[in-house]
Design a binder for this molecule. Structure first.
Ligand code: FES
Ligand SMILES: [Fe+2]
Length: 335
């Protein structure tokens, strides 16, 4: 039997979270592996984060294994050449004449880096095309009047499109998440952004009585790697969903939650904790993970009328793949 290729698509381009800002102090060096590539992340003494190809362009040492920050650069452990976050070589301590090419152009691949919402985002494009859109900043994640973010993360065999598609797969909510009715929402597609807002009522116990509470769920998908969800109801909760490909079929998923600061031990604090557990646990993403890990992506699924706008979503998502033969297969299936 031929092996089934699980995913016909390549790694989409976009902004991807590779670390939280607070997890990279000045002088820190990390070896990372994302997008099928070995990388080195560091924060120089000027506070700037840099993400470079891991392998030194001189003789190939891994900068993330023993490299040290020096001034604005990272110093290679092998012959001490230094590289700035922009990929330029800043110093060769023993060269009598600095190579002219090293003055003119970066010697190594540097990835664009932006820090916002407390996350270090990097731009990935398989052909190294410069950023085609921007990360969205959500200031509540770094606002001292909001709670210190609660973070969760998972790693499993899937990809960003499969994860993102889950939100429009309305039929699965009843069967995977045991949720009754998914409220009708309004959706808009605007270039790389997809927005949705859904409003409904939930019956919740308030002071010993069951009450109907209005709630809303707002989402913004901004490319393949950044999604934002704002829940309003008994509690207000903001969630950043950060999906970052490690390989084409291996993904890291981070959830970062925050909410307006609440008193410790209060009802609101309990409600917030429950909402977070609900979003992460079996009724949330941990219900989906076993399915994501073993499913395949069908470019031509067999759908019925209750399935939700899956093909419209795929058409939107298709724009994040660099031109390949697979692209036309995905587009055709969605049309
Ligand atoms: S391999 Fe990095 S300086 Fe020689
Ligand atoms: Fe789900």
């Amino acid at each position: 039997m031929p092996q089934v290729e699980r995913f016909p698509m390549s790694i989409p381009f976009g902004w991807y979270g590779v670390s939280y800002s607070s997890e990279l102090e000045i002088g820190d060096v990390r070896d990372l592996h994302y997008f099928g590539r070995d990388l080195v992340l560091f924060r120089n003494e000027e506070g700037e984060a840099g993400l470079l190809d891991a392998y030194c362009p001189h003789l190939g040492a891994h900068l993330g294994k023993g490299g040290k920050v020096e001034g604005d650069s990272i110093r290679c452990p092998f012959h001490a050449w230094q590289f700035r976050p922009d990929g330029y070589c800043s110093k060769i301590p023993y060269a009598k004449a600095f190579p002219p090419r090293a003055k003119r152009e970066p010697l190594t691949q540097a990835y664009p880096v932006v820090e916002s919402s407390g996350v270090i985002w990097t731009w990935y494009h398989p052909d190294n095309v410069e950023p085609l859109f921007e990360v969205i900043d959500y200031p509540e994640f770094t606002d001292p009047a909001w709670a210190k973010p609660t973070r969760r993360e998972w790693r499993f065999a899937s990809n960003p499109q499969e994860i993102a598609e889950n939100g429009v797969d309305v039929a699965h909510f009843a069967y995977v998440h045991a949720m009754d009715a998914v409220p009708e929402g309004e959706t808009s597609y605007d270039g790389v952004k997809r927005r949705s807002i859904a409003r409904g009522h939930r019956t919740v116990p308030v002071d010993g009585e069951m009450k109907q509470m209005p709630y809303s769920v707002e989402t913004v998908q901004n490319g393949a790697g950044q999604k934002y969800t704002k829940l309003k109801g008994l509690v207000d909760l903001s969630l950043l969903v950060i999906a970052t490909p490690i390989e084409g079929d291996d993904v890291e998923l981070r959830f970062c939650f925050t909410h307006p600061a609440v008193e410790s031990g209060s009802m609101q604090e309990m409600a917030v904790k429950m909402a977070i557990e609900h979003t992460c646990g079996q009724q949330g993403v941990e219900g989906d993970i076993p399915i994501w890990e073993s499913k395949i992506h069908l470019a031509q699924p067999y759908l019925c009328d209750g399935d939700g706008p899956i093909l419209r979503f795929r058409k939107y998502f298709e724009q994040f793949y660099a031109a390949t033969a697979e692209k036309s297969a995905l587009v055709e299936a969605a049309e």
